[in-house]
Each structure stands twice: as C-alpha cells, then as structure tokens.
Design a protein around this ligand. Structure first.
Ligand SMILES: Nc1ncnc2c1ncn2[C@@H]1O[C@H](COP(=O)(O)OP(=O)(O)OP(=O)(O)O)[C@@H](O)[C@H]1O
Length: 717
C-alpha cells in the first residue's frame, strides 16, 4: 500500500516493536497491562504473514494480561475500523515497508495515532484510509478514472462516484490486519465496565433523566402558579408549551442512553459468561447435565433483561422520589407527608421482598421442570424403546400442580404490589393532609391554595415514582435470583489459565536439547478428592516420530492418561514434560496446540454446522482454499470419499443434530481427520478405530500413520 500523506517514520511502529506498541497503547487506554519485560519478535515468526503474526500478537496480549482480538477489516468497513475501534493496532504496508499503526482514538475527523516516541498525533482520517486502501485500489484506478472522464464528472461528485464504484468492486477485500486491544473477559468486571466507559454513560443517563424530570415539574409548577393567581394568558401558555416541548429531546436522549448502556453492559456480560463456560472443567459440565446448563443460559437472559432493562428504571425512580420529597417539603403538611412517604417506601421494599421470596420458589420449580424436560428430550429414544408407555408421564401432574401453586402465590403478591402501592399511597397521603386542612384556620391561617396545590402535585408525582420503584426493585430482585444460577459461569471466567511467554507459545521449536517429545514421571491422578487413585506412579517416555499402542482392560485408566497427556486434566502429583518443558512454562494453550487428542466416541461431538467446519475447527475459520483441499484429501484417505460424493453440499454440507446424519464409523473418522488437521506434534486417538470394518480400519490406520508426526493409540486388547 502506498499513501503519500501518512508519515510512517513518525507515526508507525516497526513490526519488531509490536510488543512496545501494544504495551504503550494499552497503558494509554487504561487497560493496566502487567508490568512484565517486553518480549522481542522471534526470528522464526514471519511478521508479514498473518498466520504467524496473529498468534504472536495474541500471545503477546495474554502475556501483558490483556486481550488482542483480530477482526476482519474489509474494505467496506474501513471507515468503521478507523473511527470506532480504538485502542487497536493495524498493520499497514507502505512503500514496501510494513509497520503497525497504534490507533488511540478518534476526534473531529482525525485519528489519534500513538507514535514510537509516545507522542499522540491527530492525522486526518482520510489519510489513514488512503494509506490502508491504496494497494487495493491501485489496479482499478486507471480504469475508473477513464470511465469518469468519459462521464464528465468533476470534483466532489467524481470522488463520490469513484468511492461508490470501488466499494462495489472491493467490498469484502481485506485492507489490513487489525487487532483490538481490551481487557480479557475474565478481568474484574468493574474494570471492564470502566474501560468501556459505562460509568460515564450511567452518569449521563441519570443527568438526562433528572433534567427531563425537572423540566416537566417546572412546566406544571408554572402553569399551576399562574392558574392559582388567575393569570392564565397567552404568554404563560407559550412558556409552558416551550418547557413541555423542551423535554422531548431529553426523553429521546434518555432512551438512547438507556439503550446504549444496556447494549454495552449486556455485551460485556455475555462475553464474560461465554468465556466462563469455556473455563469450566469437564467434570463440572458433566455433573451439571444439559438441562441444568440450559437453565443457567435461560437465567442469564433474565439477568440481562431484568437488571439492565427495567432495573435501570427502578434506580432512576430513586431520583424521582428525591425530587418528590423536595416538592412535598414545600407544600402543605410537609412533615406528615414526608414521614408517610418514607413509611410507604419502606412498605414497598417489604412487599417486594415477600414477592421475591415467592419468585425464588417459583424459579426453583421452573428450573427443575426445565431440567427434567431436557433430560427427557435427550433420552427420548431410549425411553420410547425401553420404558413402558404407562410410565412415560409419571410425576408430570404433580410437578405441574406444584408449579401452578407457586405461580399463583407469586402472581397474587405481584398483583398486590401493582394495585396497592401507588393507589394506596394516594389514599394515605390524602388522609395525611386532613389534619392540616382541619386545623388550618386556627393554627395555620397562612395555608394557601398554592401550598395545597404543591402538596397535591407532590402526592401525585410520588404515586408514579413509587410504582416505578416497586417495578424496578422487583426486576432487580428477579435479576438477583437469576444471578444465583449465572454466578458460577461468571466466576469461572476469572479462573487463571497458565500463560507461556510469547516466544515459547509461538516458536515452532521450543524443545530443550536432548529432551523427549513427551515424558510422564511418576504421575498420580484421582477424580475425587478422597477417592481412589486411577493412576499411580505412571511413567512414560515418548520420542518424536514414535507410534505407541496403549492397551489395557476396561476402566484401567487409559483414557484418563490420554486426557492428562493432552493437557485436559492436571496430575495430582508427578511431572509431565513436553519437549522438556512443563505445562506452566509452556502455557495451557500452547500445550493443547501441540498435543491433540480425539477423545472417545461418547466424549466427542459433531457440531451443528458445515462438514468442513467440523473438520477444520482447530484451524482459523473461515478456511483458506488450501485448508479445504487438505481436509478433503484426508477425508478421502480415511475412506470418506464416497460420503463426500453422496452429500449434496460436499464439504459445505450441514451436519450435526439438525443436518445430515453421520453414521458411527463416519463420525469416528471425522474425529480422526479433525485431530490430524491440527498439525500437532503428537496425536492421541482414544478408541477411534472401534467402529470401523477391517478394510476401512486398515485405510484409516495407513492415513494416520502417514500424517501424524507422533502417535499414541488407545485401544482394547
Ligand atoms: N469423570 C469421572 N469421574 C469419576 N470417575 C471417573 C471419571 N472418568 C472415569 N472415571 C473412573 O476412572 C477409571 C478409569 O477410567 P478410564 O475411562 O480412564 O478407563 P479406560 O481404561 O479408558 O476404560 P475403557 O477402556 O473402558 O474406556 C474408571 O474406574 C472410571 O469409572
């Protein structure tokens, strides 16, 4: 790419300084990177290739305790890339030289670039755009110019037409590699909220709401005062209308601010929960069951909609109540009304608490029913075949009756809140005015219709605010109940994964000289804390290129050893070394990249999606043409050629639960292909050949033997 306007000498970072650029940019963005030494780019990493620079950037980021997410920067979205993605690093090539731009922000049509001298320069966005797109646009420029000359277009119209044609031609072409820097999903949540600027957004929301509310009050106060003084004229009405109309933009701003806050906070929450789900140990998932996990997912929706939707409204009602208290303090019977408002607010909290207790029981029943239903769906075929029809619906009526009973109690409580709180307040507050009215002539001769009107206005306002408060508290309480289900996923996201230094994580040859490919020394493992050891004093040494067959009786611990070697479980005692390095030195992810396992049939899955995705999920998705060709070649070597021909979509055929159904033997070969396609140093196949006929098994073994660098096959004798 070439772009005369952008001075890469001053604003670009040489690729060798990627670490320094990431550290400086993340510090400036308030991401608080870990104070560790800056690793230098290993010679083995060719930074001009995305497949090599990408993993380097990602491991650099985890080394600093932040996250670098690569995003597709298509020509059509380059404006968005430039304006909205800071802090981000963008790779750019200009005059044959490749560097990184550190995007620190965007202000008034200018991109803030952090340079290697740590100065921030504001560069016009169009210069960055031109520099990023120049190389892509160059081959088309002459042709488009000639066409526009013929059309006789000049100046701005010509520019617009050129841009439109280029967008059509290059819409999805990649303009350069871009990594957004941010806090990882497991970082403290408040830090994430702060980094996303949500504190400011919440303050803006409260401010806009207060302004709108005060304007509303002022408009009615002015009209009321005029009416009481008998001065309703055109001027007053115009002033009222003006104040009233001024609220409209504030209302629009408020719903926008509320929506934006909910979207941003909801996005962070979802990201964290997804991350948490991937941090759960296999045992935790298994103990939970599909129904229990589905219940958690449903409740996470409830947390988001209740806490971020109506819950925000409830918090805003507190502002309204404060304003109501102020209004009441200026009206007739101020002291009594204020005491009554405080008591009624307390009553609201009490009633909401009762509602929440009932809601908790209802939620527990509902989740138990969800769990039961999912278990029944999962085991549907087994039940059809093996359970007597008269037992299919046993216990269902009792469960539904219990659910209905809880629903009725909860609904009655909700109805009491909705009916009693706002209208009950009106009655009590009006009664509170009676003593003041009765004693007015004697004790307060100055009781004016004005102070009475203020008191009435305050009472009406408080009725609305109390209704909203009860609604908001109910939602927040509901969110808290749902939170109990969601918290384990949320907390799991903060579990620390072992991180290697980027040099080790990325270099292809990190082995210590003279070390074995894989070594297990005196390894012990048990599933439960006080349970019996499944593995005791297990020792194994495996050299590069070796093929090992691991045989043994059922339940002997073969799969457990396979899972330990693949880094899916950690040994209780003993040492596991890969190329002479242990897991904490190499990092959990790097270990899993180098030792790939195809678990036993019941532990492995065909995911609903394309056949190609199921083969290539261990690589970058979407795949390159070479990836697809290699996947197809392996499939054919494994004897899946006939299947590819049969499936109308070939490699792009949808498979999985809702797609094309694969047979047992076909699935097991997909699992083998999936493992082989990850180019690991060692492939572990756990009972992968059990479902194959002798001829297909020979074919599959030949393929595996030719493709795997080192192989551990687990099988029954
Ligand atoms: N998640 C688990 N929780 C508790 N115990 C487990 C778990 N997985 C396996 N076990 C127990 O550990 C022992 C070893 O199981 P493992 O699956 O490793 O044996 P295996 O040799 O692979 O058996 P098979 O040849 O039947 O597949 C068994 O007694 C099994 O019941």
């Amino acid at each position: 790419m070439s772009g005369a306007g952008l001075d890469l000498e001053r604003s670009g970072w040489p690729l060798e300084q990627a670490g320094a650029a990431m550290l400086a940019l993340s510090k400036r963005a308030g991401l608080a990177p870990r104070p560790v030494a800056i690793p230098s780019l290993p010679e083995a990493v060719d930074a001009r290739q995305e497949t090599q620079l990408g993993p380097w950037m990602e491991s650099l980021a985890s080394w600093f305790g932040i996250e670098a997410e690569r995003i597709d920067s298509a020509y059509s979205s380059v404006e968005h890339l430039i304006r909205g993605l800071a802090p981000a690093l963008v790779r750019i090539t200009q005059g044959g030289r490749t560097s990184l731009l550190a995007l620190a922000g965007f202000r008034a049509g200018r991109v803030l670039l952090l340079g290697p001298d740590l100065e921030v320069r504001a560069v016009p966005a169009r210069e960055i755009r031109a520099a990023l797109c120049a190389e892509l646009e160059a081959p088309h420029a002459a042709k488009i110019d000639a066409m526009l000359d013929m059309a006789g277009l000049r100046s701005r119209r010509r520019e617009r037409a050129k841009l439109a044609i280029l967008s059509r031609l290059l819409g999805r072409a990649n303009v350069g590699d871009c990594w957004i820097l941010r806090l990882p999903p497991g970082a403290p949540f408040f830090a994430q909220l702060r980094a996303a600027g949500l504190g400011g957004k919440a303050a803006a929301l409260a401010l806009v709401h207060t302004a709108q509310y005060v304007l509303n009050l002022a408009s009615w106060a002015m009209l009321g005062q005029g009416a009481l003084q008998g001065r309703i004229d055109m001027g007053l009405l115009l002033a009222w209308a003006l104040l009233f109309v001024t609220q409209v933009p504030f209302r629009v701003l408020e719903s926008r601010a509320q929506g934006l806050f909910a979207i941003d906070a909801g996005g962070l929450l979802k990201r964290r929960l997804l991350h948490g789900a991937l941090r759960l140990a296999p045992e935790e998932i298994r103990a939970e069951g599909a129904g229990g996990l589905l219940g958690r997912v449903i409740e996470s929706e409830a947390v988001e909609s209740l806490a971020l939707g109506s819950g925000i409204g409830g918090l805003i009602a507190i502002v309204e109540l404060a304003v109501c208290a102020f209004v009441l303090s200026k009206g007739a019977g101020a002291a009594t009304e204020l005491v009554l408002l405080a008591l009624w607010s307390l009553l609201s909290v009490f009633m909401v608490r009762t509602f929440l207790e009932r809601s908790r029981d209802w939620t527990a029943t509902r989740l138990a029913m969800t769990n039961d239903l999912v278990e029944r769906i999962v085991g549907h075929r087994t039940r059809l075949a093996q359970q007597a029809p008269e037992n299919w619906h046993r216990g269902e009526n009792e469960a539904v009756s219990e659910y209905i009973a809880h629903s009725e109690r909860m609904d009655a409580s909700a109805a009491r809140i909705a009916a009693l709180l706002p209208s009950g307040w009106l009655v009590v507050a009006m009664l509170g005015l009676v003593p003041t009215l009765l004693s007015a002539p004697a004790s307060a001769p100055s009781l004016s219709s004005g102070s009475l009107a203020i008191a009435l206005g305050g009472i009406l306002l408080a009725s609305g605010a109390l209704g909203r408060l009860a609604g908001g508290l109910t939602s927040l309480g509901g969110a808290l109940i749902a939170w109990k289900q969601v918290a384990p996923l949320f907390d799991a996201a903060a579990r620390i994964e072992l991180t290697a230094s980027p040099d080790l994580a990325c270099s292809a040859s990190s082995e210590l000289p003279g070390s074995a490919l894989l070594e297990a020394r005196d390894v012990t493992f048990r599933y439960r804390e006080r349970g019996e050891s499944v593995l005791r004093g297990c020792t194994l040494r495996m050299e590069a290129g070796e093929r090992i067959l691991l045989e043994g009786g059922s339940g002997g611990g073969k799969s457990t050893l396979g899972a330990l070697l693949a880094g899916l479980r950690s040994p209780e005692t003993g040492l596991l070394l890969l190329h002479g390095l242990d897991r904490s030195t190499l990092g959990a992810e790097a270990w899993r990249r180098r030792v790939v396992a195809a678990p036993q049939f019941h532990e492995n899955h065909v995911l609903s999606g394309m056949f190609a995705f199921n083969l290539l999920m261990g690589r970058v998705w979407p795949p390159s043409q070479e990836d697809l060709e290699e996947a197809e070649a392996i499939c054919r070597e494994l004897g899946l050629g006939a299947l590819l021909e049969r499936m109308p979509g070939g490699l792009m055929q949808m498979v999985g639960e809702t797609g094309w159904q694969l047979s047992h033997g076909e699935k097991s070969r997909v699992y083998i292909a999936r493992a082989l396609l990850q180019n690991a140093d060692l492939v572990i196949l756990d009972e992968s050949f059990g479902a194959l006929d002798p001829e297909t098994m020979r074919k599959a073994m030949r393929c595996v033997d030719q493709r795997a660098r080192a192989l551990l096959v687990i099988a029954h004798p």
